[in-house]
Design a protein around this ligand. Sequence first.
Ligand code: AMP
Length: 419
Amino acid sequence: MADAAKQSRPKGTQDFLPPDSERLLRVETEFRRIAAAFGCREVITPIFEHTEVFVKSSGAASDVVTKEMYSFTDRAGRGLTLRPEGTPGVVRAVLESRYRLPCRLYYVGPFFRYSRPQKGRHRQFHQLGVEVLGEPSPEVDAEVIYLGADFFRSLGIDDCTVHVNSIGCVRCRPAYRQKLVTFLTVHVGELCADCRVRIESNPLRVFDCKNESCRRVVADAPRPRQHLCAECGTNFEMVLAGLTARGLRFELNDRLVRGLDYYNRTTFEYVSGALGAQDSLGGGGRYDYLVGEFGGPDTPGIGFALGLERTIIAAPQAPAPPRRRLAFIVWMSEAELAPARTLLDRLRSQGIAAQIDYGARRAKAQFRSADAADAACCVIVGGDELTRGVYSLKDLVTGEQTEVPADRLVERLRTLLNG
Ligand code: AMP
């Protein structure tokens, strides 16, 4: 690799410098607020896990496991993987610490998948997720779906459509699966190489294939929702009733299967027209068999993961504030540096963000630093002002400069910075 390439960020990753990083944080904060309102508490798990954790939960044949994982061997020979999704790590953590159930958890953080980068698809991206363990009621499915929709609505994303489906359970899925396999086998010649393998390993995944020919085949394939057992049928009706009761509009999407093996019954996805080809804002479903896969006691689960980068693309941009809530202290000569520093500390201790440039000797250069920092105002500490007990306050948005008595400075700054 050329040296210049090594100094740029790795393919598929992104830098978020201020104010973009702040926008990201604001969206995360909004997610935390809404998740907490639904009773969820934050869980923080490692960014890498034993590879086995993902293989066990996603299935060795899933795309994530076969093609997209960043796996490596550590110095002691352990097989580790940068997490490509959140649910497996959360379930592992809950089981490992014997965390009390039922529990409602949420997480926020980076995830890693080796896929071809494009708009809204990165190799390192961020997800906002919710996992509810130990609550079997279909009312909970509706609540969880509603939580995600509420989050998008609160960000002003109006064109978010919720797709819902049911893929049945251990009782009804085997017969359906057989029917699907029979159908796909008849059409094997029209399927892509990946889907031919999927017929045996994970036939439902054929519904997710983007290949044109595969899409034509599945258009006529038997659908999971038409083969639900009576209990799954009733359960699905109750989920829909819960959504309707909350006034949430949804679309039934009988091709929505989600790519992972551990899902059962309800699957859902949030779709936005603003995103282009990668139109999924997030998705999730019920996974009543996952805890069992991990060797834990039968425990129902439901959750979702939302993509932060896609959320940001879809959300209307709030107008950026013209300046930061930051006061920049300008000192006129060496003699004022000490009182300027004292003022700096006093403002900070009173909760006002303040900054100083120690290095620039000339006031003009300090004003330039104030500008680069996007400060809203400068407080000028000069000999004359100090002896008279006043500061000059320069509003960097309007350019207006006024004198403020020392004992009124904090109050004036509060008004100016919060206005
Ligand atoms: P998934 O677990 O694949 O359903 O992903 C859930 C959500 O995470 C998706 O709907 C996207 O919003 C987001 N996401 C998944 N993969 C990526 C990626 N490679 N880059 C950016 N966002 C992603």
